[in-house]
Ligand binder design. Structure first.
Ligand SMILES: Cc1cc2nc3c(=O)[nH]c(=O)nc-3n(C[C@H](O)[C@H](O)[C@H](O)COP(=O)(O)O)c2cc1C
Length: 372
């Protein structure tokens, strides 16, 4: 008799459906989608997901086909309860319109944004490209988003007791003057505070590139965070605040962010982000077309793992880390968890592996746990 019969038998039915949807995606749907420009496909896919999962029945169907739940995957990190450790990275649901549907696909949490105080259109198109040989993405999106007011409108529709955790990735608008930066973060943080479970503070533009980095950059990050901590001190509910760091920063820059983590009430780090280092990922032909882009996907995985180990050892594994960059399978996910991450996020995997990715990864993680 199959050892899986009995207690967990009800989990087996979706597995069959999930296997077919997975091969259907990689064999049939993906080749078709990849005939069209990357950003158009992204918008089309997310619109379809939004429509399909809009009703209770649609959401139930998505969840029944794709999601995988198992008590062994649940965890509490920075005081928030997650049903599994796999999250949708910032940039997927940048306007907070499909977090429910992403939750129904099986993600344990969704980081909306990056959200800025005012709507902004981002860079001129084309600005998102696929690199199929590396299963990577190159982009220079420039944080297009609908702005804080619309995002809150979308979050107001959040039902009570909804299981998927929502975090918000915030940044200043592209036109923000340097002296207004701390106020600009507060303009997003304050109104969003009651609608999300945690915040990720995107400080890439404040910290800058290694060659332009000075102690003033660290001081600016501290000033921004101090404003957020001050506001939080006056609230009844506690919202964890994390910093997202870049894989391109120097050790000095990373060390400074770790010392901020240790010396202030900052709750954790998101490690890390897209990289400007393309290595051998860009052919001569693509160099001009993709000028100014950053890279995501598998070429980042080694650096992500190395950075997680580095920051975790620096702070003695005492603060939570969300690992992100290059996760395309359950094995990759496990690598980042083993390196010290408490949670993991992905973006590029959704493009190459399709909507079954979070459920499939959760299943493999749970089976791996049961074996050990
Ligand atoms: C098209 C695209 C848009 C993104 N937009 C954002 C964003 O607005 N804010 C942010 O913090 N990260 C953004 N990211 C970075 C992702 O959140 C993630 O850190 C990065 O893609 C590495 O993960 P991956 O290898 O799983 O894709 C974006 C990534 C991509 C590919």
């Amino acid at each position: 008799m199959c050892p899986n019969r009995g207690k967990w038998a009800h989990f087996r039915r979706p597995a069959t459906i999930q296997f077919h949807t997975m091969s259907l995606y990689t064999r049939l749907v993906r080749p078709l989608l990849f005939l069209f420009p990357a950003e158009r496909v992204r918008n089309f896919s997310l619109r379809t997901l939004r429509v399909v999962g809009r009703t209770v029945v649609g959401e139930w169907l998505l969840s029944h086909i794709y999601a995988y739940r198992h008590p062994s995957l649940e965890r509490e990190v920075f005081g928030v309860r997650f049903r599994n450790p796999i999250g949708a990275a910032a940039g997927i649901d940048r306007d907070a319109t499909i977090y429910r549907q992403l939750g129904a696909l099986g993600f344990g949490f969704v980081e909306i944004g990056t959200i800025t105080p005012k709507p902004q259109t981002g860079a001129i198109r084309p600005r998102m490209f696929r690199l199929p040989r590396q299963k990577a993405i190159a982009h220079r999106m420039g944080q297009p988003n609908c702005g804080i007011e619309k995002a809150i409108d979308h979050l107001r529709r959040r039902a009570h007791g909804q299981k998927v955790v929502v975090g918000a990735n915030i940044a200043p608008g592209s036109q923000c003057a340097p002296e207004d930066t701390p106020k600009e973060y507060l303009r997003t943080f304050r109104p969003l505070y009651q609608y999300v479970e945690y915040f990720t503070v995107n400080v890439a533009s404040l910290v800058g590139a290694p060659e332009s980095y000075t102690p003033a950059n660290k001081a600016l990050v501290e000033e921004v965070l101090e404003g957020l901590f001050d506001f939080r001190r006056g609230q009844n509910d506690y919202r964890p605040i994390l910093l997202k760091i870049s894989p391109d920063w120097s050790n000095q820059q990373i060390d400074d962010m770790v010392s901020i983590l240790i010396d202030t009430p900052l709750d954790g780090l998101v490690v890390s982000d897209c990289s400007q280092q393309f290595g051998t990922a860009l052919s001569e032909r693509n160099r001009g077309r993709m000028a100014g882009c950053v890279l995501s996907g598998p070429p980042l995985l080694d650096r992500t793992e190395e950075l997680i180990r580095y920051v975790c050892s620096k702070m003695d594994y005492s603060y939570p880390v969300i690992g992100v960059g290059g996760v395309m399978s359950a094995e990759d996910c496990q690598r980042l968890l083993d390196a010290g991450a408490s949670l993991v996020q992905c973006y590029t995997a959704m493009v190459y592996e399709g909507p079954a990715f979070p459920g499939r990864t959760c299943r493999a993680l749970a089976q791996n746990k049961n074996k050990n």
